[in-house]
Design a protein around this ligand. Structure first.
Ligand code: IDP
Ligand code: MG
Length: 138
């Protein structure tokens, strides 16, 4: 069993579709939600979380996006959950994402693209410890 870190971004909260996105994930019948918490990133924490992107032209907009409202953070567990949930998220750009992915269905643009998901075992480990430091070594 593998673990990953996802969060539903502020656009999901703003549109009041947290429940719909959680339902879509649960309907996959593949993953266990081990932890779930409303949280909010400030600029400093967002910059730290996304530090791999700090040289990118969109970094400033990305930080603004994820700080603009509450996020719902989840620790997910399942077989191949890291790649499985990434596939289910869909393309980073909702306009390019398949219609039966979360971003294709609920997203609008690069700053309303619904969800973050860890992209490797290394980033999952780092990102789980960022939000759930007490859970990492269980
Ligand atoms: P991912 O979320 O699919 O892993 P990344 O390349 O890691 O995509 O980018 C992180 C986030 O930064 C994206 O989810 C999106 O919100 C934002 N982003 C990515 N590329 C662009 C861009 O070209 N313009 C504006 N925002 C972007
Ligand atoms: Mg990424």
């Amino acid at each position: 069993m593998e673990k990953t870190l996802i969060f539903l971004k502020p656009d999901v909260y703003e549109k009041r579709i947290l429940g719909k996105v959680i339902s879509a994930i649960e309907d996959q019948k593949k993953y266990n939600i081990l932890e779930m918490r409303m949280d909010r990133l400030n600029e400093e924490r967002a910059r730290e979380f996304y530090s791999v992107h700090k040289e990118k032209p969109f970094f400033k907009d990305l930080v603004k996006y994820v700080c603009r409202g509450p996020i719902l953070v989840m620790l997910l567990e399942g077989r191949d959950v890291i790649s499985g949930i990434r596939k289910f998220m869909g393309d980073t750009d909702p306009l390019k994402a398949d219609k039966n992915t979360l971003r294709g269905k609920f997203g609008e643009s690069l700053d309303s693209n619904v969800i973050h998901g860890s992209d490797s075992k290394e980033s999952a480990k780092k990102e789980i410890s960022f939000f759930f430091p007490e859970k990492l070594f269980e």
